[in-house]
Design a binder for this molecule. Structure first.
Ligand code: TXA
Ligand code: MG
Length: 318
């Protein structure tokens, strides 16, 4: 059921049930982070391997101390600058945070989401919400209640509708080594924004084997349709003359006017607008019965870099 009823969502969560919730980045599949029953259900619904840890969603900066310890100064600086918002911090966990949530690691990922419905819901609960993105493991993330419904109509009793996600791609993840911040996942807050607060930072995202960023699996956010990422769509499309080709463009391209199925992320070339639209465009293309999807790479700056990160993983072979 798709509903705007926050009290209903609260009641289900208080009984160890699972609710899809809106956030400003993507929809999450939320449950009581302190309940083993709830956390197990999240992994089950998502078909997510247990080695891939979850993010805790807390109601405010004040709640941070109840889930983590040894908070570096730079972490506090980042949290006060970006929370509520699309920044996830990976910090040393308190002993009571379950190994199930953290996949056995001694750190836990935490953020305060910036969405009125999520914040109102959290305010009514006395536990954090563990919530991965509300898509089956490896699939395109959901940015609307309808996307979640498409994936989980058979298995999820309630989806809290908070409209279309304002940011459209997941949070930026920052961890710490010897109190130095490290970027684990590019996301809705650009690295340039982060560096304005903490100076130049190390990036450790690329490698799926890297135990520090276990969720950075090479193939992720993937359509079911065969998909390629290219730098020049007008050229590449010539190789697929006999096929039904859908294209995903950053900006409009007059050379492709004859191409029947195209999604344009931003007419004006605005990165934030492109981020907001990218998953919806992928969902649409994937459901439009094309033989091939061709995606144009964005300029590799600002949020463009984060969008490219997702697109690269969307086309990776298993
Ligand atoms: O914007 C978001 O972050 C969304 C919304 C719902 O908040 N959530 C989200 O969750 O993207 P998920 O589960 O799809 O991605 C969480 C990422 C995974 O890559 C996971 O490996 C990483 O966070 N992660 C969680 N705990 C970690 C830890 N202790 N150390 C390193 N990475 C961690
Ligand atoms: Mg995800």
């Amino acid at each position: 059921m798709i509903t705007k009823n926050i009290e209903l969502a609260r009641d289900i969560l208080m009984q160890d049930g699972i609710v899809a919730i809106p956030t400003e980045t993507v929809y999450g599949l939320a449950g009581n982070a302190f309940s083993e029953t709830a956390v197990k259900q999240i992994f089950g619904l998502k078909k997510r391997p247990f080695f891939n840890p979850l993010i805790l969603h807390i109601k405010s900066m004040e709640s941070l101390h109840s889930v983590v310890k040894e908070i570096p100064e730079t972490a506090l600086k980042l949290a006060s600058r970006f929370w509520p918002g699309a920044l996830t911090l990976v910090l040393k966990k308190q002993a009571h945070i379950s190994d199930l949530v953290t996949s056995g690691m001694d750190t836990v990922a935490v953020r305060v989401p910036n969405h009125p419905a999520a914040l109102e819901l959290l305010a009514q609960l006395d536990f954090p919400l563990a919530a991965p993105s509300a898509n089956p493991f490896g699939s395109i993330s959901p940015t609307s209640a309808q996307h979640v419904h498409h994936y989980f109509k058979e298995t999820l009793s309630i989806i809290l509708d908070g409209g279309v996600c304002e940011k459209g791609i997941e949070s930026t993840i920052i961890g710490f080594e010897n109190d130095e911040p490290i970027l684990y996942r590019h996301g809705a807050i650009s690295i340039e924004e982060i560096e304005k607060v903490v100076g130049k930072i190390k990036i450790v995202t690329e490698n799926s084997e890297n135990p520090k960023a276990p969720g950075m699996l090479s193939r992720h956010y993937a359509p079911n349709t065969e998909t390629h990422l290219v730098t020049n769509i007008s050229e590449s499309i010539k190789s697929y003359k006999s096929k039904k080709v859908g294209v995903l463009l950053f900006k409009e391209n007059s050379q492709l006017q004859n191409c029947l199925f195209q999604e344009v992320l931003s007419n004006t070339g605005d990165f934030e607008e492109a981020a907001r639209n990218v998953y919806a465009a992928l969902h649409k293309l994937d459901q439009s019965d094309m033989d091939i999807i061709l995606i144009e790479k964005l300029p590799d700056i600002g949020i463009g870099k984060s969008i490219n990160d997702r697109l690269i993983r969307a086309v990776k072979k298993e």
